[in-house]
Design a protein around this ligand. Structure first.
Ligand SMILES: Cc1ncc(COP(=O)(O)O)c(C=O)c1O
Length: 408
């Protein structure tokens, strides 16, 4: 099913934060890569959780059974979102960063001195820092080079994987530049040398259908607040992959997947809210199963967001004194995230001026700090980033362009 401007307009009404206060203009949220707004159904689901079953799991009384049922349903729903075989593959945590640290710590215990871990220069620090920390244990961490266009160098990727590589941690899409990485190449190369493939899909998940059954990563992470849910991290582990890992856990904790990496009490209300967010996304697709509806919806949303991002990309390039970064829209598959710098203003000054006009965009390094360093922008306030979401409209882009035109 196509997701058109009319659908986007309809979906906008589901998000209370997008409504204009009386006598004011609509706020323009183009900050999605930092976190999107949530639809009413997510807010209602979380409120209803607290009203009806705010108790812990695994009790012997009805409200606790209800929480167990909801947690199971949330794992099933997230499995459908990712294309995973079942709920036992889905672990939850505080956020992606915390889960990735737990994962790298566990994998680190299985490494011998001199074993290699490959990361990339393009990734968010959440998929670099946890692996760089393994240098303390004697691991050698190598990095795939980013090109001037903000893409990973495929030859460098091939050259840096060796028989000593135990893990390749790579992002599916860059939250700074919108680059979509070649995960097929990463999977091929890791398979050849028997290394684990860990994918950071945080920036990819809100914009494209995910299919772990086809891609076959060992681990994949994403984060609910990027796809219209609350702040919950999600870890997919290939069947069997988590059960073998020496994770940090209590003696009283369930040792099997998916619980093996879930320390302490989870945020049950937020997990239920994230389940509602995924079902909300599915409501924009058609199909017999939840998975089919999700894939259909994400394909439609993807095409809609891409067209709007391209429209912005084409227009912003025409403004004087603006430099646009990242891959070209004409030639490659990329995420609807566009970053620029302005000759006359720092990104921070531009974001502040736009914010005063009700147009919200992010500035800085967005934790993709290595990317900003390599682009030579570390001492110049980084980039000004615009992210398109399912609720973004052409008039939002027009307001952003108007605001930028005043700054050039
Ligand atoms: C690409 C990418 N990876 C990882 C993260 C970290 O996610 P979390 O905030 O859930 O730890 C972010 C957050 O912005 C991100 O954009």
């Amino acid at each position: 099913m196509a997701f058109t401007a009319e659908h986007s307009e309809r979906c906008r009404r589901d998000f209370p934060a997008l409504r204009a206060a009386s006598g004011e203009r609509e706020p323009v949220f183009l900050d999605g890569p930092g976190g999107v707004q949530v639809p009413e159904i997510v807010i209602d689901t979380m409120a209803e959780f607290y009203r009806s079953c705010n108790v812990n799991t695994h009790g012997s009384f009805p409200p606790s059974h209800e929480v167990d049922r909801r947690m199971h349903r949330a794992r099933e729903t997230l499995a459908a979102f990712l294309g995973a075989p079942g709920p036992q593959c889905i672990s939850f945590g505080q956020n992606m960063t915390t889960l990735n640290f737990a994962l790298s710590t566990a994998i680190g215990r299985t490494l011998a001195a001199g074993d290699e871990v490959l990361i990339t220069q393009l990734d968010h620090e959440a998929n670099r820092g946890p692996w760089l920390a393994l240098e303390e244990r004697g691991a050698i961490v190598r990095q795939v080079r980013m090109t001037a266009r903000g893409e990973l160098d495929p030859d460098d990727m091939a050259a840096k994987i060796s028989a000593r590589t135990r893990v390749f941690a790579i992002g599916a899409a860059s939250n700074a530049l919108g680059t979509v990485n070649d995960l097929e190449q990463a999977r091929r190369l890791t398979r050849e040398v028997g290394a684990l493939l860990v994918v950071d899909a945080v920036h990819f998940a809100p914009h494209f259908p995910l299919d772990v059954a086809r891609l076959d990563p060992d681990f994949l992470l994403c984060s609910g607040y990027k796809f219209y849910g609350p702040h919950v991290g999600v870890l997919y582990a290939k069947p069997g992959a988590l059960d073998r890992l020496p994770t940090n856990r209590l003696s009283t904790q369930e040792p099997a997947a998916p619980h093996r990496i879930e320390t302490g009490t989870l945020n049950h209300a937020a997990i239920d809210g994230m389940r509602a967010a995924v079902e909300y996304l599915a409501s924009w697709g058609t199909g017999a199963t939840l998975r089919e509806r999700l894939v259909d919806a994400m394909q439609g949303i993807s095409a809609y967001e891409h067209a709007l991002a391209k429209r912005y990309h084409d227009a912003v390039r025409q403004l004087p004194g603006i430099k646009v970064y990242g891959p070209d829209f004409a030639t490659v598959h990329r995420a609807p995230t566009v970053s620029i710098s302005l000759a006359a203003h720092s990104a921070g000054a531009a974001a502040t001026a736009l914010g005063e006009r009700g147009v919200y965009v992010w500035d800085g390094h967005f934790y993709a700090a290595r990317v900003i360093e390599l682009l030579g922008l570390a001492n110049r306030g980084g980039l000004l980033r615009t992210g398109i979401s399912m609720y973004s409209a052409a008039r939002d882009i027009d307001r952003l362009l108007e605001g930028l035109a005043r700054l050039t």
